[in-house]
Design a binder for this molecule. Structure first.
Ligand code: NAP
Length: 257
């Protein structure tokens, strides 16, 4: 957690229901907590670790909201349909979907196998499609929705040795912009958050020296925190953000401008 958390004025997401994919740790966990802090009931999706997901739910409940955990591999259509249906039966129609689950792959494109490419695209690009497709009928019926997709600065700028990851996150940006146009008339906003280097398990493959170098190359002089990203997501999820759609908000400390 960052040291200073300014108080939210009121609880702008009270009585709303949010689904956050891949929320058992890292950025997804911080997003679930941020939305709960703003008053939303949250569904914490996880793939593997029920215990970690439950501890995120326990933190959310401290904000006087309901929080449940649901297992689903969001790259699989059957799992996604079960996730959205169960969430809807429990809480009613969801107002907020955060497509956060994702995986990274580092290495030369020349060395990447077809199976690795397919696996990465399924987790990073197909999963947001599946979740969005399953949730849209509910949002269209309400004529209200906030869809927030996790992209990356590499989806904007391209990263060496992260070609497939960059392609998947660039795809997320294009999907966000196109769907925003399709859904505007239905009262549903679709935006993306494209973080820079954020201290989570996803950077676990980097040495301390590499992390130090990344921090020094970042104009604000530090790596990002999961809460930096959660703050951007909460902002886009607000009812008052209704004129913001098809946009890419990039918490990156000035690394990519
Ligand atoms: P992380 O610490 O590695 O956590 C990833 C989360 O996604 C885990 O909870 C994981 O669950 C879940 N997940 C992966 N595949 C899934 C699937 N098929 N179904 C359900 N859950 C799945 O990553 P993070 O740093 O928090 O990243 C979150 C998002 O931000 C990702 O989309 C990532 O690409 C993006 N992002 C991260 C950074 C960064 O520097 N960290 C920068 C830019 C963008 P399991 O534990 O069960 O595998």
């Amino acid at each position: 957690m960052t040291a200073f958390q300014p108080p939210l004025t009121g609880r702008p997401l009270t009585r709303q229901h949010a689904i956050v994919t891949g929320a058992s740790r890292g950025i997804g966990a911080a997003i679930a907590v941020g939305l709960a802090r703003a008053g939303a009931n949250v569904v914490i999706n996880y793939r593997q670790n029920a215990e970690m997901a439950e501890s995120v739910a326990a933190i959310c409940r401290k904000f006087d909201v309901s929080a449940i955990t649901l297992q689903a591999d969001v790259s699989r259509a059957d799992d996604v349909n079960r996730l959205i249906e169960t969430a809807t039966v429990h809480f009613g129609a969801p107002a907020i979907l955060v497509n956060n689950a994702g995986v990274a792959h580092t290495g030369l494109l020349l060395d990447m196998t077809e199976q690795e490419w397919d696996m990465l695209m399924s987790a990073n690009l197909k999963a947001p499609f599946l979740c969005t497709r399953a949730i849209l009928p509910h949002m269209i019926r309400q004529q209200y929705g906030r869809i927030i997709n996790l992209s990356s600065i590499w989806g904007l700028a391209g990263g060496s040795c992260e070609v497939a990851y960059s392609a998947s996150k660039g795809g997320v940006i294009a999907m966000t912009k196109a769907l925003a146009k399709e859904m505007g008339p239905s009262g549903i906003t679709v935006n993306a958050v494209a973080p820079g280097a954020i201290q989570t398990d996803m950077l676990g493959h980097l040495s301390d020296e590499d992390l130090q170098m990344l921090a020094e190359e970042t104009p604000v002089g530090r790596l990002g925190t999961a809460e930096d990203v959660a703050n951007a997501v909460t902002f886009l999820a607000l009812p008052s953000s209704s004129f913001l759609t098809g946009q890419i908000l990039s918490p990156n400390g000035g690394y990519v401008t």
